[in-house]
Write a protein that binds this ligand. Structure first.
Ligand SMILES: C[S@@+](CC[C@H](N)C(=O)[O-])C[C@H]1O[C@@H](n2cnc3c(N)ncnc32)[C@H](O)[C@@H]1O
Length: 399
């Protein structure tokens, strides 16, 4: 399943991580999978139930008999004319806008078939559900972009968005037979995942654990467990709300069933976006306050509450880094992070994190710049002298 924010399992060998690893923002499980392939052990935490679900499926090797049953299910689906009854439509207000009617109907019929065929085998059901969730965006009338979703009935030109011709864009994208389009996408996804099952034959998949929870409560989630290395990529302080961009998958996958439940996750997530609970307390950081003081108070980001976001972000990162320090006897903690620009000021997240880490019990902090990022066009002129600070880095913290 495409998880835009993911990094690579190769970081384990490239950074020389130890054989027991913690990733407290594990997303779709890159590090846990890499740990399994290397025969290491790992723990991952994430607040997003969809990310945790995807990680669990990937970390649950299925025996040959179950894989054979999945292959039979895929063949049965290809040969079945009438897919039967549909699963209920989720109560997401835009549910009828994000898919064409035939596509919704086909998807929900396949969903019911999965549920009924595998009602007594949750592992195989989950494998198929992951395939089903993974195709939603590709068969949908929406796609993830920036801080949310956009609709395919509009096309982006240099001059702005233009409406595409109704009927024509659907044929261009989905062909003449929308039911077949969904069936083909699902079949291709299952085949790809079945191919990937060969990776389960090597490595150690039993020593990986994924926990659904909030990193700020790491103490109670992990108890006194210790690790040789910690690595993570937190959400960047860039206002992106993952619960917004993944809302279709969260609702259709059944991970949330009301606006109250999705908002609860949104509020509890790290203060990297404006939907988080920005009223939680924070301890001022003088360098950050100076940067906030330089910001243009007429900028929309300022008026929308970016100062509170930044103060909260670094407070949450301080709590995270303190927890991470406690889980290490010795060894290193690696933080993969990007800087951001708001209201005419670049916020050097990497350097501020290094400073907070030194105050949180780490002995040494080093910033390895990995690549440069671009500044949004409206800020480019103003920030041209400082562009080098727009970058992604690995902050290496030693005990
Ligand atoms: C940049 S992504 C990490 C992606 C991951 N490295 C991977 O390869 O898939 C950041 C993750 O932090 C999670 N997150 C945000 N707030 C959190 C919190 N308070 N506790 C735990 N996870 C959180 C998000 O759900 C997201 O999956």
């Amino acid at each position: 399943m495409r998880y835009r924010e993911a990094y690579s399992p190769h970081l384990i060998t490239k950074l020389g991580l130890g054989s027991s690893i913690l990733d407290p923002f594990c997303g779709c499980g890159s590090i846990l999978i890499g740990a399994a392939e290397n025969g290491y052990s790992s723990t991952g935490i994430d607040i997003n139930p969809l990310a945790v679900f995807a990680t669990k499926v990937k970390l649950t090797p299925l025996p040959k008999g179950k894989i054979a049953a999945l292959k039979r299910f895929a063949a049965m689906l290809t040969n079945t004319g009438d897919l039967g009854k549909a699963w209920p439509l989720p109560a997401l207000s835009i549910a009828s806008k994000v898919f064409e009617p035939v596509i919704t109907d086909t998807l929900l019929k396949i969903r019911r078939l999965i549920e009924s065929e595998f009602s007594d085998d949750s592992e195989s059901r989950d494998f198929l559900m992951l395939a089903w969730i993974a195709i939603l965006e590709s068969v949908g009338s929406y796609f993830k972009e920036g801080n949310g979703i956009k609709y395919r009935n509009k096309k982006r030109l240099k001059t702005g968005y233009v409406q595409r011709l109704e009927g024509a864009w659907q044929t261009e994208r989905f062909g003449d037979d929308q039911e077949l389009f969904v069936r083909d996408a699902f079949e291709a996804q299952i085949q790809m995942m079945l191919q990937d099952t060969k990776f389960w034959r090597k490595g150690d998949w039993a020593k990986q654990e994924v926990v659904h929870g909030n990193v700020l409560e790491m103490d109670s989630l992990l108890g006194t467990r210790k690790y040789e290395s910690v690595i993570f990529s937190p959400p960047y302080a860039n206002r992106f709300d993952y619960f917004e961009s993944m809302k279709v998958e969260l609702w259709f996958g059944g991970f949330v069933d009301s606006y109250e439940s999705i908002n609860r996750f949104r509020k509890a997530s790290l203060r990297s976006h404006l939907g988080a609970d920005l009223t939680r307390p924070y301890e001022p950081i003088s360098e950050l306050e100076k940067l906030i003081g330089l910001m243009d108070q007429d900028a929309s980001s300022w008026r929308m509450g970016v100062p509170a976001l930044l103060r909260g972000y670094f407070e949450d990162m301080r709590t995270t880094l303190k927890h991470c320090r406690k889980t290490l006897h010795s060894g290193k903690c690696f933080v993969v992070v990007g800087n951001s620009a708001f209201a005419g000021v670049i916020v050097p997240t990497d350097v501020i994190l290094a400073k907070i880490a030194l105050e949180s019990g780490f002995k040494k902090a080093e910033v390895l710049v990995t690549r440069h990022l671009t500044v949004a066009p409206q800020q480019r002129n103003q920030l041209s002298r400082f562009q080098d600070n727009m970058r992604e880095s690995v902050v290496v913290l030693s005990t």
